[in-house]
Design a protein around this ligand. Structure first.
Ligand code: ATP
Ligand code: MG
Length: 401
């Protein structure tokens, strides 16, 4: 380990997760077993990127981990995972394991615990994700992960075709890492993805949704989408993926990504159903797309009040990313919004009850319509937000006197 690395390690090891992981490893070693930090945390450590999701792999069996530590949560003993709580932060500890045959292209038929680290690293997807780090910051790197990171390459562990046949999601993960890190997919790995692309259809849609979210919200989403086209993975997934639509897109927010994906697919909200996105996602996407339409049509005062600043900002960005001309810049919109006589419909000086008192009509949908009309009239400056003035406005316009 060089001096720079040591200094950096000191700085980076401070986050509580890393400290806790180190303590967990020491305790496991003290009990006579091996333990290492593995997976994404090691990759990000080498890349000098923050990663607080520190996973540990160990030669100890789950039951042995449970005897070493007093506070554990059994989250998936069948798969070898126990969460250790003894060291301040919850740390996931998983027993070294190998995976047998995969008959369904997505899950191993059986999982077998082993005592050998190399066996465990061998089942991992890419060389950069197949490294281990000891608690003294020594790398265990059987598959040249660091070298591939240095040359910005995503490279399958072992024979790529076989690895993608086992678990087809790995193909989309390759694209996701390319998009996040701006790395290339190594030739053999790339070719194997092209050949196996159709089997992405075997993968559970929720897992695909997670990877697509990460591609959309990555630093190089257009680059990732270009890989989806080049590998032909895009042919087997719902919706169109055209990198040319994404060249100007830039957001680290997955919901903004999904909204944009729907937009470039003709504002097709059904895509959210197909990818099993949440109702919260759907509401956000619908609102942003409504705001986008409204901006293109020349936004009304009512819409300016109804859409919050984040939605307006996103919709303005969509107009720009779609190469349309934006009549009004976002800052101007926000300034205009702040001077509206109402910031929210419920600031209106009258309620439905007032209307019922003033009118001879019975309750009905007319109340909501009249209140909406009153909000619009206030926002358009036709009447002031004052009870007496609104009463006069109501009589004049509804002929109820
Ligand atoms: P992130 O930083 O985005 O979480 P990650 O590499 O940590 O990326 P995880 O899904 O958290 O990804 O998985 C942790 C580790 O488990 C990976 O680094 C890899 O070693 C292994 N892994 C995850 N998914 C697969 C898979 N489908 N096939 C093989 N190994 C996998
Ligand atoms: Mg992770």
């Amino acid at each position: 380990m060089n001096g720079y690395m040591k200094v950096w390690l000191k700085r980076r090891m401070i986050p509580q997760q890393w400290q806790a992981a180190k303590e967990v490893i020491k305790k496991i070693e003290h009990a006579g077993y091996e333990a290492f930090i593995v997976g994404g945390a090691v990759r990000d450590y080498y890349l000098q990127k923050e990663n607080n999701d520190v996973d540990i792999a160990t030669s100890a069996l789950p039951e042995e981990i449970q005897t070493i530590f007093s506070q554990t949560i059994d989250v998936g003993i069948a798969h070898g995972t126990v969460i250790v709580l003894d060291c301040g932060e919850p740390i996931e500890v998983t027993t070294y394991r190998t995976e047998s045959t995969y008959s369904d292209h997505r899950r191993p038929d059986t999982v077998e615990f082993v005592r050998n680290l190399q066996e465990d690293l061998k089942r991992r997807d890419f060389t950069m994700n197949a490294m281990a780090l000891s608690q003294t910051a020594e790398f265990i790197d059987y598959y040249d992960g660091r070298q591939h990171i240095d040359s910005k390459m995503i490279c399958a562990v072992g024979e790529p075709g076989q690895r993608f046949e086992e678990d087809a999601l790995r193909m989309l993960r390759a694209v996701r890492f390319a998009a996040q890190l701006h790395f290339s997919i190594e030739d053999n790995t790339f070719e194997a993805i092209r050949q196996n692309a159709a089997s992405i259809e075997y993968v559970a849609i929720e897992r695909i949704q997670v990877e697509l979210s990460k591609i959309f919200s990555s630093a190089h989403s257009a680059f990732g989408i270009e890989y989806m086209e080049k590998t032909t993975l895009s042919h087997y997934l719902y919706g169109e993926f055209n990198s040319s639509d994404w060249t100007r897109f830039a957001s680290d927010d997955r919901q903004v990504g999904w909204a944009y994906f729907c937009l470039v697919n003709g504002s097709d909200l059904n895509l959210l159903t197909k990818y099993r996105c949440s109702n919260k996602d759907r509401l956000f996407v619908k609102t942003v797309l409504d705001a986008y339409e409204s901006l293109l049509d020349g936004i009304s005062h009512v819409d300016l009040m109804r859409f919050d600043s984040m939605v307006l900002k996103t919709a303005c960005q969509f107009v720009i990313w779609q190469n349309h001309t934006l009549d009004v810049v976002y800052e101007e919109l926000v300034a205009r919004k702040s001077t509206l006589p109402l910031q929210h419909a419920h600031e209106l000086a009258i309620t439905g009850k007032d209307l019922l008192v003033w009118s001879s009509k019975k309750r009905g949908s007319w109340i909501k319509q009249a209140l909406d009309a009153a909000v619009e009239a206030v926002l358009n400056g036709e009447v002031q937000n004052d009870k007496q003035q609104l009463k006069e406005w109501f009589y004049a316009f509804h002929d109820e006197g």
